[in-house]
Design a binder for this molecule. Structure first.
Ligand code: SF4
Length: 340
C-alpha cells in the first residue's frame, strides 16, 4: 500500500479525502453519487455524515473504505486511511486493511451475519483470519467480546444462531465482530435501522462508549441529526452528493448556516420541545442526480432561494463567524458570511 502522508499535520489525520467523486453508469446515464468531496478526520475523532436518503452519505462512507463493487463505477480523487490509498487499489490489497485497521457496522445485521453459523463461530473466524489466533483462543476471545458488548450469558449466546437473537442482540454481535481485531477506524452506517427507540439509544451509546475507550476514529452515517448531536465531534451534512455544511457538532447546532440543514433540524424530534410540537418536513424531493439542476441543487425546495441560486452553484466556504464552520449557500442564515 502507498504511504502518502508524512508531514506531522497530515499524520494527525487518519482519514484524508481529497476531491473524491464516485459516478455510476446507469441505463439512464451517469449518476454522480459523490461529487468532489474533501474532508479530514483526526485520529480518535468522530464525524457524523448526515442527509436524506439518496444524499450520497452511504456511498461516500463506502467509497472512503473501498467497499463498493468496481463494476459500473468510476472514481476520481483520493481517499487515504492511515496513509494507505484506497481509491483505485486492488480488492486483495484492501482485504489487508478490512477487519484489522478498518471495520464496518452495517445497517442490517440479518443480512451481514451468516444465518447458518453460530454467532460465536462468526466472531472467532474473524480473529483466526486476521489475527491468526488458535481455535481455542479465538473461541475464548469471542465470548469475551460478547461480554464486552453487553450480551448476557455470553457462553450460551455464542452457541446461538442469528435468528435466535433479538434485533438489538444481533447488532451487538455485529459490533463485536467489528471491534474484534482492534481496528483504528470504524464506519457505522445507520447502525440502528429497524430497532425500537430504546434499543437504538442503547446500541448507539454502546458504540460511543467502545469508541471512546479504544480511541477509535469513526464515521457515523445517519439520516437523523438527533443521533449525531451528542455522539460525534463534527458533522458533515450532504445533499445531492456534495457536502453542503460542515462544522464541529456544537457549533452546527448553535448556528446553522444552510437552509437544508435547518430543514433537517426542524424535522428532528427534540426532547426539550413542548409535547405535541408538530415536526415540519422538507417539502419536495431530492434532485435526480442523472439530470441535476443548474445552480444550487437545493434551490427547488428552498424557501430562501433567489435568482442567483438557480444559476450559480455555491462553493463550500468558511464562515466569518468560525473558520471551522463551512457552508455552501449564497444566503446563509444566522449571521454567517463567507470569508474572503
Ligand atoms: S444557495 Fe440559495 S437555494 Fe441554495 S440553500 Fe442557499 S439560499 Fe437556498
Amino acid at each position: 500500500m502507498t504511504n502518502v502522508t508524512d508531514s506531522p499535520t497530515q499524520a494527525d489525520n487518519i482519514v484524508v479525502v481529497e476531491n473524491l467523486s464516485t459516478t455510476f453508469s446507469t441505463p439512464r446515464g451517469s449518476l454522480t453519487a459523490v461529487n468532489n468531496v474533501s474532508l479530514t478526520i483526526k485520529r480518535g475523532m468522530s464525524l457524523g455524515i448526515v442527509g436524506e436518503s439518496g444524499s450520497g452519505k452511504t456511498v461516500l462512507s463506502r467509497s472512503i473504505i473501498g467497499l463498493l463493487p468496481p463494476s459500473n463505477m468510476n472514481q476520481t480523487g483520493s481517499a487515504t486511511i492511515n496513509g494507505n490509498q484506497i481509491i483505485g487499489v486492488a480488492h486483495k490489497e484492501l482485504l489487508k486493511l478490512w477487519g484489522s485497521e478498518v471495520a464496518m457496522i452495517f445497517q442490517d445485521p440479518m443480512t451481514a451475519l451468516t444465518p447458518t453459523r453460530r454467532v460465536g463461530d462468526q466472531i472467532a473466524e474473524s480473529l483466526r483470519i486476521n489475527l491468526k489466533m488458535s481455535k481455542k483462543d479465538a473461541k475464548a476471545k469471542a465470548i469475551d467480546l460478547l461480554r464486552q458488548v453487553g450480551i448476557p450469558s455470553p457462553e450460551r449466546r455464542a452457541r446461538a444462531y442469528p435468528n435466535q437473537l433479538s434485533g438489538g442482540m444481533r447488532q451487538r454481535v455485529m459490533i463485536a465482530i467489528a471491534i474484534a481485531c482492534g481496528p483504528e477506524f470504524l464506519v457505522a452506517d445507520e447502525p440502528t435501522t429497524g430497532l425500537d427507540v430504546t434499543v437504538q439509544a442503547q446500541v448507539l451509546d454502546l458504540i460511543t462508549e467502545l469508541r471512546r475507550e479504544a480511541n477509535l476514529t469513526m464515521i457515523l452515517v445517519t439520516h437523523d441529526l438527533g443521533v449525531v448531536a451528542t455522539r460525534t465531534d463534527n458533522v458533515a451534512v450532504m445533499y445531492a452528493g456534495r457536502i453542503v455544511e460542515q462544522a464541529p457538532t456544537r457549533e452546527l447546532f448553535a448556528r446553522v448556516a444552510m437552509p437544508y440543514t435547518k430543514g433537517l433540524l426542524d424535522s428532528t424530534p427534540r426532547i426539550d420541545a413542548p409535547s405535541h410540537t408538530r415536526l415540519s418536513s422538507i417539502e419536495g424531493r431530492p434532485p435526480d442526480l442523472v439530470n441535476p439542476p443548474s445552480g444550487c441543487a437545493f434551490a427547488p425546495r428552498c424557501s430562501f432561494a433567489q435568482d442567483r441560486c438557480r444559476t450559480e452553484a455555491p462553493s463550500l466556504v468558511a464562515s466569518t463567524l468560525n473558520p471551522n464552520h463551512l457552508f455552501a449557500c449564497h444566503y446563509p442564515l444566522n449571521g454567517h458570511a463567507a470569508q474572503q
